[in-house]
Design a binder for this molecule. Structure first.
Ligand code: 3HC
Length: 383
């Protein structure tokens, strides 16, 4: 198959990510089947697509005819077999449980046409493991979008152990066609690029909660003027459940340091998961939370957060997940709300200062993850 042969997309899972990805493909001119396990979830996904497209239409970012055509190309559905039977490219965005993903992929393999590519929007998990549930591992790719998927440009296109170059190329080409910024991740590795580089920050938040100070608002107030979304606010936006599952996965495959603290687990247990439930670290019932900047903590600063990102990014280079630091910067700048990637920021700040900042954090929380790498200490990476 060639990328021009991809006409029909099946989106499996109509949650936050699923409906945002579906909307991106609808705007890119594709026919999209949106499928979830119950009609009420499908309806919620369709409502989410309409809400997003309405926003874009109201702001004049899409013309009324593009809006109307996009909705005509959308087919909502509950029956999985029916949803995928004519699909060329199928994207899974079901909850982050490996067994669930494997069982979905086994079904997709059974029901989808032989030529179809099966793509997983997993945030962190091994594409090779997911592909093992199928008889077509060459046609299984990682295809990772960022929340809100309709706006965020990055798509990580991830190669599993047996993924063919042809499958990767098709994923890359159609991401370009829908005006995203695809970045190829040539080695299957936990969290790929974006989530791996951000995971130490999430670990820091988990530890700050455990320490009991500063509060999420005091912490966020120090960063809010410098970021599209402050760190705790962003976790609320993406979902505390998603964040905890990420930490658990990293703890199981990378380092026990990542084990979620009791304090962050207590939010999961309470069911207050952030924006989607109306409450998490903040109250979202009336929209974006207001953060009182006067409460800003002096205990933490932005160079510490940048140091955590740059340090983890050097591990991706050391491990051969990515060869070129520019690719990491491209991914980081397009997956989140920052105009710059970590290595561009490092050029301005200087590597010795970043090493100093990491040592400061390591003193507070003596975790191996926070230790500066050899590459960081050598300070030779230029763009
Ligand atoms: N659909 C359509 N338009 C939307 C939208 C949606 N769902 N959400 C927001 N918008 C539009 C708004 O209407 C507004 O349009 P305008 O500029 O023309 O007025 C624009 O986007 C900006 O929205 P707001 O003014 O409400 O708020 P912000 O300026 O803060 O922008 C944001 C919102 C784009 C989400 C920005 O806060 C941001 O970039 N945040 C960071 C997001 C991020 O880091 N995402 C990655 C998370 S990690 C992840 O997803 C990994 C996964 O594995 C978990």
């Amino acid at each position: 198959m060639k990328s021009e042969d991809v006409k029909k997309i099946a989106m499996i899972g109509a949650g936050d990510m699923g409906h945002g990805i579906a909307a991106s493909f609808l705007l890119g001119g594709y026919n999209v089947v949106l499928r979830d396990i119950e009609q009420k979830f499908v309806d919620k996904g369709v409502a989410g697509i309409i809400k997003s497209l309405d926003k874009l239409k109201e702001k004049g970012k899409i013309a009324p005819d593009i809006y109307a055509q996009a909705l005509v190309r959308l087919t909502p559905m509950v029956d999985l077999q029916e949803a995928v039977k004519e699909a060329d490219f199928i994207i899974e965005a079901v909850p982050e449980k490996l067994d669930l993903k494997k069982s979905v992929f086994a079904d997709l393999d059974k029901f989808a046409p032989k030529h179809a590519i099966l793509a997983s929007n997993t945030s962190n998990m091994s594409i090779t493991d997911i592909a093992a549930a199928t008889n077509r591992p060459d046609k299984v790719i990682g295809y990772h979008f960022f929340n809100p998927a309709i706006l965020m440009k990055l798509v990580e296109v991830i190669k599993g152990k047996d993924t063919s170059d042809e499958s990767i190329q098709i994923g890359y080409d159609i991401a370009k066609k829908i005006k995203k910024v695809p970045v190829i991740v040539k080695k299957d590795s936990p969290g790929f690029i974006f989530n791996r580089v951000n995971e130490p920050t999430l670990l820091l938040l988990s530890k700050v909660l455990e320490a009991g100070h500063p509060t999420p608002e005091e912490f966020d107030a120090a960063f809010k003027p410098l970021m599209a979304m402050a760190p705790f606010e962003l976790v609320d936006y993406v979902g505390i459940d998603v964040a905890v599952h990420g930490l658990e996965y990293f703890a199981s495959v990378l380092s026990k340091d990542y084990k979620p603290s009791k304090a962050i687990l207590s939010y999961l247990k309470s069911g207050n998961l952030g924006k989607k439930t109306g409450k998490g670290f903040y109250d979202w019932s009336k929209g974006r939370p207001s953060i009182d900047l006067a409460k800003a903590t002096k205990e933490f600063d932005i160079n510490q957060l940048i140091a955590l990102q740059v340090n983890e990014a050097t591990k991706l280079l050391e491990e051969g997940v990515v060869d070129d630091p520019k690719e990491i910067d491209l991914a980081m700048a397009n997956g989140g709300g920052s105009p710059f990637g970590p290595f561009a920021l490092a050029q301005g700040i200087g590597y010795p200062e970043l090493v100093y900042k990491l040592n400061e954090l390591h003193k507070k929380f003596p975790l191996d993850i926070f230790k500066p790498t050899k590459t960081l200490k050598a300070g030779k990476i230029k763009l």
